[in-house]
Design a protein around this ligand. Structure first.
Ligand code: FES
Length: 152
């Protein structure tokens, strides 16, 4: 991993990419989504403050565990004066996201268990296939298509 001398306080997008491991296109995407920001030089080149490295690490770690970008953006926006997340921020936010992850893992386990029933079936029935209609709230209340029931 390329080292950046301490005296350098701003990074080009290429340096930020090399140091953070995020593709340049991903960094542009994060910037377009308001997750990171840069200033422009007289030659219209992006320059990122050095602490953007930590911000990108935060974003990538959160993404790796499946946190949606919108949630990450909200979390970053709550930090005072858009400061870079500290160790304590990460500890607090990751704790809050843990229950969300647990719920998602439970859902995925349930879907995986039902997938066994679907292998070799192919019916994709709205009445009997849990994978094709996983949130069959209407099915619990009444039989048949939701649209047909509403049209009656
Ligand atoms: S595909 Fe037939 S039960 Fe899921």
């Amino acid at each position: 991993m390329p080292q950046i001398p301490e005296k350098i306080h701003e990074l080009t997008v290429g340096q930020l990419s090399a140091r953070s491991g995020a593709a340049v296109s991903a960094l542009h995407f994060y910037e377009a989504k308001g997750l990171i920001s840069s200033r422009r030089t007289a030659g219209n080149q992006r320059r990122f403050s050095r602490d953007t490295l930590r911000r990108v690490a935060f974003i990538r770690a959160a993404q790796r565990v499946g946190i949606p970008l919108a949630t990450i953006r909200s979390a970053l926006a709550e930090l005072p004066e858009e400061r870079t997340p500290t160790r304590e921020d990460w500890a607090r936010l990751s704790e809050a996201w843990r229950s969300e992850l647990d719920e998602r893992i439970t859902q995925l386990n349930r879907l995986r268990d039902h997938l066994t029933d679907c292998i070799g079936c192919g019916c994709l029935s709205l009445d009997t296939c849990v994978l094709s209609n996983p949130d069959d709230v209407f099915g619990e209340r009444q039989a048949g298509s939701r649209l047909m029931a509403e049209g009656r």
